[in-house]
Write a protein that binds this ligand. Structure first.
Ligand SMILES: NC(=O)C1=CN([C@@H]2O[C@H](COP(=O)(O)OP(=O)(O)OC[C@H]3O[C@@H](n4cnc5c(N)ncnc54)[C@H](OP(=O)(O)O)[C@@H]3O)[C@@H](O)[C@H]2O)C=CC1
Ligand SMILES: O=C(O)[C@@H]1CCC=N1
Length: 292
């Protein structure tokens, strides 16, 4: 795990509990530490003690398997378990949540109402869709407040995420689309990098050189768009000389239906997000895949 930037001077911050500290829970935790939370302000829950030891060694935070103990005294509670585990977790911690605690969900699909229906009346819930590049401070997180979340509650969550990269507010109705684009998006880009590297190997480059070139090319292209503000179609045209090599290659991508495949892929992710939430609101059906 790569270190995030040095934290600013810590101000008074509410204690933070991360419930279910796997890939995304650890990312949020590391982001909070980089945003000014001290290790003493943070507790992380795990199912396996060895995972707890790993997190303590890496981040200096307390870890426990006891979700109820973790939420006692926490001003911010981050739910970072898989969708199928959320309902049981909320039942478990329901009575231990303090007044004014902000509950943050990074769980794909589940709307803030899923939490509001299961937690004490008036609980502030903030839905976040982060992505894994947050671990190196290059993430994107989209944030939406639920019915009882105030502007200050949302701003507090934005502060937790501040060191993880770009943080944007979106309407909650857009969160399934955001998940399909930037939440799952790193996987699409890793897929592209892997495929590009494979292409280099096909053309005789060593695997190490091919992967280095592919990764640096994607990084460079994305950085260039961010820094110049240029539209990708214009940037693409500038690479494509008349009668040259790039236009010959792009013709093959068009013939392979690559653009349509990206649209289909995002639609499938969005539909799965909606489907998961609907299934879990009704209770998972064993063997249906809803329990993932
Ligand atoms: N990975 C990603 O790119 C993104 C994930 N998300 C969302 O983040 C959430 C977590 O995903 P991800 O981090 O990938 O999954 P992980 O499996 O890596 O993390 C979930 C963690 O929760 C632990 N856990 C499960 N139940 C409990 C419990 N009752 N008490 C304490 N810990 C528990 C698991 O422990 P154990 O491993 O021992 O079972 C695991 O470490 C999901 O809801 C997902 O939708 C959102 C955006 C991006
Ligand atoms: O695949 C998933 O379900 C999670 C949500 C967004 C990215 N990964």
């Amino acid at each position: 795990m790569t270190d995030l930037p040095t934290p600013p001077v810590p101000a008074e911050v509410p204690a933070l509990a991360v419930l279910g500290t796997g890939t995304m829970g650890e990312t949020v935790l590391a982001g909070a530490l980089a945003s000014g939370w001290r290790p003493d302000d943070v507790v992380a829950t795990v199912r396996r003690p060895e995972r707890g030891d790993e997190l303590t060694a890496r981040h200096g935070v307390r870890t426990t398997r006891d979700n109820v103990a973790a939420v006692r005294g926490a001003g911010i509670v981050v739910v970072a378990v898989k969708p199928k585990d959320v309902a049981a977790l909320l039942d478990e911690v329901h009575d231990a949540l303090g007044d004014g605690t902000v509950v943050v969900s990074v769980v794909v699909g589940l709307p803030t109402t899923f939490y509001e229906d299961r937690l004490p009346a008036g609980t502030a819930v903030v839905r976040v869709m982060p992505n894994t590049p947050s671990v190196v401070g290059a993430g994107v997180s989209a944030v939406s407040g639920g019915a009882a979340a105030t502007d200050d509650d949302v701003a507090l969550v934005e502060r937790v995420l501040g060191a993880t990269g770009l943080v944007v507010r979106v309407a909650e109705k857009d969160q399934d689309a955001v998940g399909a684009l930037s939440g799952s998006g790193p996987a699409y880009v890793f897929y592209v990098i892997d495929a590009l590297a494979e292409a280099g190997v096909l053309l005789g480059l060593t695997r190490a050189t091919a992967l280095e070139l592919a990764t640096a090319t994607v990084h460079g292209a994305a950085t260039m768009l961010r820094e110049t503000g240029e539209h990708p179609a214009i940037a693409r045209e500038k690479v494509s000389s008349p009668g040259g090599t790039t236009v010959a290659a792009l013709r093959r991508l068009d013939a392979g239906g690559v653009r349509a495949a990206f649209l289909d892929a995002a639609e499938a992710a969005r539909d799965r997000s909606v489907e998961l939430a609907a299934a879990l609101a009704a209770g998972p059906r064993p063997g249906s895949g809803d329990e993932r």
